[in-house]
Design a binder for this molecule. Structure first.
Ligand SMILES: Cc1cc2nc3c(=O)[nH]c(=O)nc-3n(C[C@H](O)[C@H](O)[C@H](O)COP(=O)(O)OP(=O)(O)OC[C@H]3O[C@@H](n4cnc5c(N)ncnc54)[C@H](O)[C@@H]3O)c2cc1C
Length: 231
């Protein structure tokens, strides 16, 4: 399918959302991703012209597909993406992926979301979907970032304020050090220990969280992970 860039928004330092309109009817489940291929690269990039991106918007927000990423100088792909002007067309494949929030989750199951940096993207979609659909699924997001510039913070703060089933804790690892079993144990408390644990971020974050969750005796079938490979 072809996607046309409709707008770009700066979400945090060096982090932007790109909103696309599809030439085909597209439906997705919160948590799914697409492949985006740029027609030409303005700068060399040994990884080529295609990347995966999770759709950070919820299907309840309309037809626009939002993807959110950190722009790094070292990535020819990201620099080219950042330079696309409104009206530019890219090629996309998807949506796909099984790391998804479906309607069968009930208000009696707690969900503990562990986001590492840009790993916040599927959780934005899931939380917004939960709110817009009135599902009342208890969701507790622990959002770890390497600085205090948390992507989507304004929205997350509003959603937490207006919905008693949504809770967010921001964890700035440059101030508090990396999350470890002791720190996480204090944050999750007994109330969330039987949750479904969803973990998203770069491989290094997933590996660290898996070790911690094992230490906390969380069973494997309570844990779902999505590795943002490529970092
Ligand atoms: C299922 C799935 C979903 C994904 N969803 C998303 C998403 O929603 N948003 C998203 O941004 N990515 C997502 N990714 C990852 C994405 O596809 C890219 O692989 C990733 O963003 C890296 O892109 P890049 O290689 O262009 O450049 P980058 O890694 O961004 O930058 C290029 C270079 O910068 C350097 N670099 C990287 N990280 C650092 C750092 N912390 N400090 C200093 N230097 C660094 C490295 O040399 C790297 O090669 C997803 C991946 C998968 C598999």
């Amino acid at each position: 399918m072809k996607l046309t860039l409709v707008k770009k928004i700066e979400e945090a330092k060096n982090t932007k959302s790109f909103y696309f309109k599809s030439d085909e009817k597209i439906s997705w489940i919160p948590g799914q991703y697409i492949y985006i291929t740029l027609s030409t690269l303005n700068y060399p990039d040994e990884r080529g012209a295609t990347r995966h991106f999770t759709i950070s918007s919820s299907p309840t927000e309309g037809d626009l597909i939002q993807v959110t990423t950190r722009i790094r100088e070292a990535s020819g792909y990201k620099k080219t993406l950042d330079e696309l002007s409104v009206g530019s067309v890219v090629e996309a494949r998807g949506p796909m992926g099984s790391f998804v929030l479906t309607n069968h989750y009930s208000p009696i199951t707690n969900h503990l979301f562990l986001a590492g940096g840009i790993g916040i993207t599927p959780f934005r979609s899931m939380i917004k979907y939960n709110i817009d659909k009135g599902l009342n699924i208890p969701m507790y997001l622990i959002y770890s970032n390497s600085d205090s510039d948390f992507t989507f913070k304004k929205e997350l703060d509003e959603w937490q304020k207006e919905n008693k089933n949504i809770k967010v804790t921001y964890f700035n690892s440059s101030v508090s050090g990396h999350l470890d079993a002791q720190k996480l144990n204090i944050l999750i408390s007994d109330h969330f220990i039987s949750s479904v644990f969803w973990v998203v971020g770069p491989n290094i974050f997933i590996d660290a969280m898996e070790e911690i969750l094992e230490e906390l005796k969380i069973s494997n079938d309570q844990i779902k992970t999505e590795k943002f490979t490529g970092y």
